[in-house]
Ligand binder design. Structure first.
Ligand code: FPP
Length: 249
């Protein structure tokens, strides 16, 4: 690999934070910020397609977000519904495979049906795997994987002593994709907030003060630039990594 070229992460995971503050600074309702955030979602998808990133996972609605004021939750549900009606055809044309990740049974049927339809329509696309985490929590994800294994063991299909990190990992969400190489959180907070707890084990973490609606291609390019300068060691020493890398890489 040419060291002048930025390394491209295979999978980027983003906590899109700051919509509410962006709106409040403009004396507008928080839902205005979420609508503006949709434009940044489009920017992120275009960026990943252009950079040939394999997978993009966006945290759109956490299991804790149901506790927000009902007007905000309703506005977000309407926004998701409208976005699905408006964007899926174009995403499909661009070869984007859409998946919704989380406990989908909690959503009302018109929204759930559209989510399922979008997943069916785009299932064979290969240009970019776009995962939208909705009603998702990292602890929920690990618990549901453990439950599936326990059920298989109870049916006598699995020896409990054979359960290890690989078997558990195979039952967590996004197991069909490489784990995120790069985690981005916008909006100035430095936390993971129960997002992809299992999958982020070796991700590089990148935080920016930019509020999500202000995120554009330049902002994402900066994150990639920063990522390309990181030395990823996966528990090894720097010397071991240097020895393992072929000369000139
Ligand atoms: C966090 O900002 C953002 C959310 C909980 C919602 C994210 C939704 C979008 C970006 C809308 C479009 C998404 C799709 C997939 C169509 P916040 O409200 O917590 O902001 P704050 O920290 O400033 O209050």
């Amino acid at each position: 690999m040419n060291t002048d070229e930025p390394r491209i992460p295979r999978h980027i995971a983003i906590v899109m934070d700051g919509n509410g503050r962006w709106a409040e600074r403009r004396h507008r309702p928080r839902s205005f910020g979420h609508r503006a955030g949709q434009k940044a979602v489009r920017q992120a998808i275009e960026f990943c397609l252009r950079q040939k990133v394999q997978a993009l996972t966006l945290f759109a609605f956490s299991s804790e977000n149901w506790k927000r004021p009902p007007t905000e939750v309703r506005a977000l549900m309407e926004l998701f519904l409208k976005a699905l009606d408006k964007e899926v055809d174009e995403l499909h044309q661009h070869g984007v495979r859409i998946a919704f990740t989380g406990e989908l049974s909690a959503f009302e049927s018109p929204l759930r049906e559209r989510m399922e339809k979008a997943m069916r329509t785009t299932a064979d696309n290969q240009a970019l795997a776009l995962n939208i985490a909705v009603n998702y929590g990292g602890r929920w994800d690990i618990a549901q994987a453990a439950r599936k294994l326990a059920e298989a063991a109870a049916r006598g299909e699995l020896d409990p002593s054979s359960i290890d990190e690989t078997t558990l990992g195979q039952h967590t969400c996004l197991a069909n994709l490489p784990p995120p190489d790069l985690f981005i959180r916008t909006g100035g907070e430095h936390r993971i907030s129960n997002f992809l707890l299992w999958q982020l084990a070796y991700a590089e973490l990148y935080f920016t003060d930019t509020l999500w609606p202000d995120v554009d291609q330049a902002c994402l390019a900066e994150a990639l630039e920063d990522f390309s300068r990181r030395e990823r060691r996966f528990g090894l020493t720097g010397a071991q990594i240097a020895k393992a890398a072929p000369a000139g890489s």
